[in-house]
Design a protein around this ligand. Structure first.
Ligand code: UDP
Length: 237
């Protein structure tokens, strides 16, 4: 499948252009914090339940809270029905999301507690781990849980021999490789970096820069969503 035509992508984007990202906070009444995110054709809901005593008990840590993120794809989120329940892929993504988020939350403030973060993929169009992580970070901030930074994420990959940011589904399926990245946008630290497929060192450097710049654009959207929710609280809405 041809993915590039005169330097333009199937959806008309330039190589360094990310899909539109929209985020809304406080969408779930009973969650401590929540966020709904649309990223191109991805639709993601993230909710936080905290702080409470960690269960099961043997997982408790008297020195800090344990943050557990569960990534789940709804059966209707993909073209072929997704079998409900955890599988190897969702377990892997849950683990890397938990690790990335744990690195940013001040877990020491809540000894013995468990912070549960649910990421529900309602509609998937590639890049869902980046979209899920981005939504989860906003949901944690929306819950008022102390964090030393946000987590912002974006991927870049190789399509028809060119490096492009934020691959959508056909590009992910028919492209050559994909590099998901997540950063702490103010501290400029990397908290997630993976690679699927092959790239030369030069291609990787280019992909890394595109993904990094993409994540910084996503950060602006996250910040705007959190600021507008603060405005509406102050405005008494
Ligand atoms: N996908 C699918 N069925 C599955 C898992 C994934 O159709 O059971 C699709 C979905 O659109 C997903 C894409 O394949 O976004 C790429 O999956 P990958 O593992 O690369 O993760 P992602 O790019 O979503 O972070």
């Amino acid at each position: 499948m041809k993915l590039l035509e005169n330097g333009k992508r199937l959806d008309g984007r330039a190589l360094d252009e990310i899909r539109d990202v929209k985020i809304e906070t406080g969408v779930l009444k009973r969650a401590a914090g929540s966020a709904y995110l649309e990223w191109g054709n991805n639709k993601v809901l993230a909710g936080v339940y905290y702080p409470r005593e960690m269960h099961p008990k043997f997982m408790r840590d008297p020195t800090k809270a344990v943050l557990r993120c569960t990534y789940n794809m709804a059966p209707f989120s993909v073209d072929d029905r997704k079998r409900p329940g955890p599988d190897r892929r969702s377990q892997e993504i849950s683990k890397i999301l938990s690790e990335a988020l744990s690195s940013v939350v001040l877990l020491e403030d809540y000894p013995d507690a468990g912070i549960d973060v649910s990421v529900e993929i309602l509609q998937a169009d590639a890049g869902t781990r980046c979209a899920g992580l981005t939504a989860a970070a906003v949901a944690i901030a929306d819950a008022g849980i102390p964090m030393r930074d946000l987590v912002s994420s974006c991927a870049a990959g190789k399509i028809d021999g060119e490096i492009a940011v934020d691959l959508m589904k056909d590009e992910d399926n028919y492209g050559d490789s994909d590099v998901p990245l997540a950063i702490l946008p103010r501290k400029k630290e990397v908290v997630l970096l993976q690679m699927d497929g092959k790239m030369t060192k030069e291609e990787f450097k280019k992909a890394y820069k595109l993904a990094f710049d993409g994540a910084m654009k996503v950060y602006e959207v996250q910040k705007a969503a959190l600021l507008s929710s603060m405005d509406s609280v102050e405005g008494g809405e």
